[in-house]
Design a protein around this ligand. Structure first.
Ligand SMILES: O=c1ccn([C@@H]2O[C@H](COP(=O)(O)O)[C@@H](O)[C@H]2O)c(=O)[nH]1
Ligand SMILES: [Zn+2]
Ligand SMILES: [Zn+2]
Length: 244
C-alpha cells in the first residue's frame, strides 16, 4: 500500500499566502494529521475534508502554527460527532499542551483535563509506534527554541519529517548513511538568520546527493523569488498529493 502525503499548508508561522505547515498522511483508509495549526480548519474545509475524516493527529511542538487548530478539532468532534479525536503526543508535551495552550478555551461542560477532550496516546521519544498497518512513527527530539521541547518524525523507517528545527547536518547524515533514510521533508527559512529555524543557505552546504533527497516546506511568502535557487531541493506544494 502506498503512503501518500498532502500538505494542508506549507507556510511559515508568519506566512499569509500559505497555510500553516501541517500535513495529512494517508495510508489505506487511515488519515493522520501532522500538527493542527491556526489555519488547519480552513485548509481542511477548502480541501473538502470533515473533522471526522481525521483518524488521529500527531503534534510536534507547541507553537500556534502547529497546535492552534486543536480547540476547534476537539469541540467539533465533541458537539458534532460525539467522540474524542485521537491525539498522539510526546509524553513531556501533554501537560504543557493542556496547561499552557488549551485549557483556557476547552475547559467547559465536563472537559477538565486533556483526556476529557482527546483520546491521548503518549509517545516516548525513540520508540517506534505503529499507528495503523504500514504506518509507523518514531519521535526524534530536535532543537528548535531554547527551553521548549520539539520533535521531528521518522516515518516507516525511511522518511524524515523535520517539523521546526535548527540546522542538524549530523542528524541528516546519520539518517541517510545509517538508517536508510530516502526522503527528507525539511523546513526552510529563505531569508535572514536561522536563530530558531534552518536557513536555505545552511541546507545548501549539504552534499548535493543529500540535497537531492530533500523537499522544502515551512517557507515564507517570498518563496516564488527563490524558485530555481534551491539547488536540487524542490519546494513542496500545499494541497498536492505526493506518493512517498
Ligand atoms: O519568519 C519567521 C517566523 C517565525 N520565527 C520565529 O519562529 C517561532 C514561531 O514560529 P514557528 O514556525 O512555530 O517556529 C518564533 O520564535 C518566531 O519568532 C522566525 O524566526 N522567523
Ligand atoms: Zn512552525
Ligand atoms: Zn515552531
Amino acid at each position: 500500500m502506498t503512503l501518500t502525503l498532502q500538505m494542508l499548508g506549507t507556510g511559515s508561522a508568519f506566512a499569509k499566502t500559505y497555510f500553516n505547515n501541517n500535513a495529512l498522511l494517508h495510508q489505506g483508509d487511515f488519515t493522520l494529521m501532522i500538527d493542527c495549526g491556526i489555519t488547519a480548519p480552513l485548509a481542511l474545509h477548502q480541501l473538502g475534508y470533515a473533522w471526522e475524516d481525521i483518524d488521529a493527529v500527531l503534534i510536534t511542538h507547541l507553537h500556534a502554527d502547529h497546535v492552534g487548530g486543536l480547540e476547534e478539532f476537539a469541540f467539533q468532534m465533541k458537539y458534532r460527532y460525539h467522540r474524542k479525536p485521537v491525539l498522539y503526543i510526546a509524553e513531556p508535551l501533554a501537560t504543557p499542551l493542556w496547561e499552557h495552550t488549551l485549557s483556557g478555551g476547552l475547559s467547559q461542560d465536563e472537559i477538565r483535563v486533556l483526556d476529557d477532550a482527546f483520546e491521548v496516546r503518549k509517545i516516548t521519544e525513540g520508540t517506534i509506534v505503529t499507528l495503523t498497518e504500514n504506518l509507523d512513527v518514531e519521535l526524534i527530539q530536535t532543537p528548535h527554541i531554547e527551553g521548549k521541547l520539539s520533535y521531528s518524525l521518522y516515518i516507516n523507517g525511511g522518511i524524515f519529517y523535520s517539523a521546526d528545527l535548527r540546522f542538524q547536518p549530523d542528524l541528516l547524515h546519520k539518517l541517510v548513511n545509517e538508517r536508510s533514510c530516502h526522503t527528507i521533508l525539511h523546513e526552510v527559512q529563505l531569508t535572514g538568520e536561522g536563530f530558531v529555524h534552518t536557513t536555505l543557505n545552511e541546507l545548501l552546504t549539504l552534499p548535493v546527493a543529500l540535497q537531492q533527497q530533500i523537499s522544502l516546506m515551512h517557507y515564507g511568502d517570498e518563496k516564488e523569488d527563490f524558485v530555481g535557487k534551491t539547488g536540487p531541493m524542490q519546494f513542496l506544494q500545499q494541497h498536492q498529493l505526493y506518493e512517498l
